[in-house]
Design a protein. Sequence first.
Length: 254
Amino acid sequence: MGCSSSYECTKQLIDEGWDKKYHWEDLQTWNKRVIAGTSVASNHSWPTAIDINPRQNPIRYDNKLITDIPYRIVEIFKRYGFRWGGEYRTIKDAMHFEYLGEPVKGYVGKRVLRLKDDYMRGDDVKELQELLKYYGYNVTVDGVFGPKTNAFVYSFQASKMLAVDGIVGSNTWASLLSKQNDRTLKLGDKGNDVLWIKKVLTKIKVTNWDYDKLGGEFDKPTENAVKRFQKATGLEVDGIVGPNTWKMLRFKSN
């Protein structure tokens, strides 16, 4: 996982005594698998990610950070090119560190794109915007990675159950480029994509649910809300979130 960076990170951890100060019982690096709930390859498959003591640092879909990793350890990892899952915006994955250096960028041969004070520009930004438009977002294809494009990236990541951080790295590029159909959602289904749909329906005032207490279950009230949305937008009213409803939800989401 970026040999020189991994070596320097390990060396500093040892130099500062963290190999003794912190317990390291369960380290998980290489595991050829997809991200849970998706068909996108995990960075563990390459390997460019490491999970540290999952029991003490669990993934949290309620956005609460639970971790026993001292922040100095996080700082050291970040210094050498790693991103920490404990700082993801909507799903806290405190066990997870993934490398953002050249091996990750080179996976699909794309530059890592993100919102910066000096906006990123180029044909790759245009390609990103064209892909977002394919998925239904009302994005202007101007080759400039500004706040609106950033908002669409956040929304796309949430709808595809990716890490929601606004960074277009290997996993987000892979998901965009695959152009795979979204999961058809109906009564009884569960998942973070269901949660995303409920958040959009609340945001655009199809419902008046408490935004902070939404769960990921496609229940009867969700089905009724989808039907209201479909009727209001001229779609077939069946309460099922298929391709046309997905695109219209994304169009309305920002």
